[in-house]
Design a protein around this ligand. Structure first.
Ligand code: HEM
Ligand SMILES: *[C@@H]1O[C@H](CO)[C@@H](O)[C@H](O)[C@H]1NC(C)=O
Ligand SMILES: *[C@@H]1O[C@H](CO)[C@@H](O)[C@H](O)[C@H]1NC(C)=O
Ligand SMILES: *[C@@H]1O[C@H](CO)[C@@H](O)[C@H](O)[C@H]1NC(C)=O
Ligand SMILES: *[C@@H]1O[C@H](CO)[C@@H](O)[C@H](O)[C@H]1NC(C)=O
Ligand SMILES: CC(=O)N[C@H]1CO[C@H](CO)[C@@H](O)[C@@H]1O
Length: 328
């Protein structure tokens, strides 16, 4: 028999459950199918048209998604502008080389015209990242949607949560684990460095002042280091010059990054670090001995996982009208 007490318990439990499902829900494929049926098509068409004209933009747009997800989850906090009262994530050192903010803004204004106040900036970043890689000939991955935009963007949090190019294996593992990502994700997602460029300042200490004694990182291939010093980063703290991270095929999503790692030509210490651990090293060997499609499959899985980091759904956060500022 159901007593009054248990039915009261059920009532409060049910209330709690319905509250929970109201405020938070899972991401779902095609979240905008009813509220903004053309959203994903509009994004894809824009990306296709503009990335084919400017292929070098695919890399920073992919990187933006990573930087967004690692700080407060994938909530577009990376897009918020600083104000006189708040130093936003954009102001943090690792964000100074991010590019593509205006690209996101242009896509957002197309979507605001189509269905005002419906599509979140966080979903836009995730979809642009996927489509940019896809139209560059890279892998496709599922992007379930329904992310909401965050209300907070804090420069200190960006500095604390984004892995630095100087990280060793232990620090990288810890950084990724704190976001629910394992060593396989670390190896596979680092493969994003198969496209794009870096500034000399992200790695030049390896060339000129590795331990503070004017020395070179002994784990870096000597010929490669010589070449970089002669032709690219000719002095310490050259803030202007950029270098391809996967020289020879920096616009092609291929296995070039891993091939360079095997030759001790990873540009960052954080790239090189993947070769210093037997587990990550064996993942690299495995990727290199499998067809490219295998890497694409793994990359797709890890990207989908990254895109779910601490997302806000349901009634949390907001749908920003202007991606660079909070609604209120
Ligand atoms: C494992 C830890 C990682 C570290 C320490 C790291 C660090 C960096 C650094 C220092 C740069 C160059 C910035 C500059 O000097 O301009 C860079 C570029 C880039 N990163 Fe990473 N990264 C990591 C993981 C990732 C992940 C997970 C992704 C995406 C899934 C990613 C995508 C990219 C891309 C595409 C670029 C090129 C950007 C451009 O061409 O403007 N990185 N990364
Ligand atoms: C930003 O984050 C840091 C580190 O978590 C915290 O100490 C600081 O109070 C935050 N700043 C603001 C304005 O909330
Ligand atoms: C890795 O870096 C951290 C932080 O700089 C340091 O405490 C640790 O000793 C380093 N680990 C190794 C194995 O070098
Ligand atoms: C190399 O690093 C050391 C220690 O950080 C520093 O004192 C020195 O000035 C640096 N050398 C150059 C040329 O920047
Ligand atoms: C590097 O150069 C920039 C400008 O070119 C300068 O603002 C900065 O202080 C320099 N940093 C170091 C460590 O020398
Ligand atoms: C892209 C971006 O917002 N970059 C900013 C990074 O931080 C520096 C210093 O705060 C700004 O001058 C850049 O505009």
């Amino acid at each position: 028999m159901v007593t009054k007490e248990t039915s009261m318990k059920c009532l409060s439990l049910c209330l709690l459950l319905s509250l929970l499902s109201f405020s938070g829900a899972d991401l779902e494929l095609g979240f905008y199918e009813i509220t903004c049926p053309n959203a994903e098509k509009i994004i894809f068409e824009y990306v296709k048209e503009h990335i084919s004209k400017t292929p070098s933009l695919a890399a920073p747009l992919l990187r933006m998604h990573f930087h967004d997800c690692f700080v407060r989850g994938c909530d577009a906090s990376v897009l918020i502008d600083s104000t006189s009262k708040n130093k936003a994530e954009k102001a943090a050192f690792p964000n100074q080389s991010l590019r593509g903010f205006d690209f996101v803004d242009r896509v957002k204004s197309l979507l605001e015209k189509e269905c005002p106040g419906v599509v979140s900036c966080a979903d836009i970043i995730a979809l642009i990242a996927r489509d940019s890689v896809l139209v560059t000939g890279g892998p496709f991955w599922n992007v379930p949607t329904g992310r909401r935009d965050g209300l907070i963007s804090n420069s200190t949090e960006a500095s604390n949560n984004l892995p630095a190019p100087t990280f060793n294996f232990t620090s990288l593992q810890r950084s990724f684990a704190s976001k629910g990502l394992n060593l396989k994700d670390l190896v596979v997602l680092s493969g994003a460095h198969t496209i794009g460029v870096s500034h000399c300042t992200s790695f030049d200490k390896r060339l000129y002042n590795f331990t503070g004694k004017g020395d070179q990182d002994p784990s870096l291939d000597k010929f490669y280091a010589w070449n970089l010093k002669k032709n690219k980063c000719k002095f310490l703290n050259d803030t202007k010059t950029i270098v391809e991270m996967d020289p020879g095929s920096h616009r092609t999503f291929d296995l070039g990054y891993y091939k360079h790692l095997m030759q001790r030509r990873g540009l960052f210490r954080s790239d090189e670090a993947l070769m210093t651990n037997p587990v990550t090293k064996s993942y690299i060997t495995q990727i290199l001995s499998s067809p490219l499609e295998e890497f694409f499959k793994e990359f797709a899985l890890s990207m989908e996982k990254m895109g779910r980091i601490e997302v806000k759904t349901g009634s949390f956060g907001e749908i920003r009208t202007n991606c660079a500022v909070r609604n209120s």
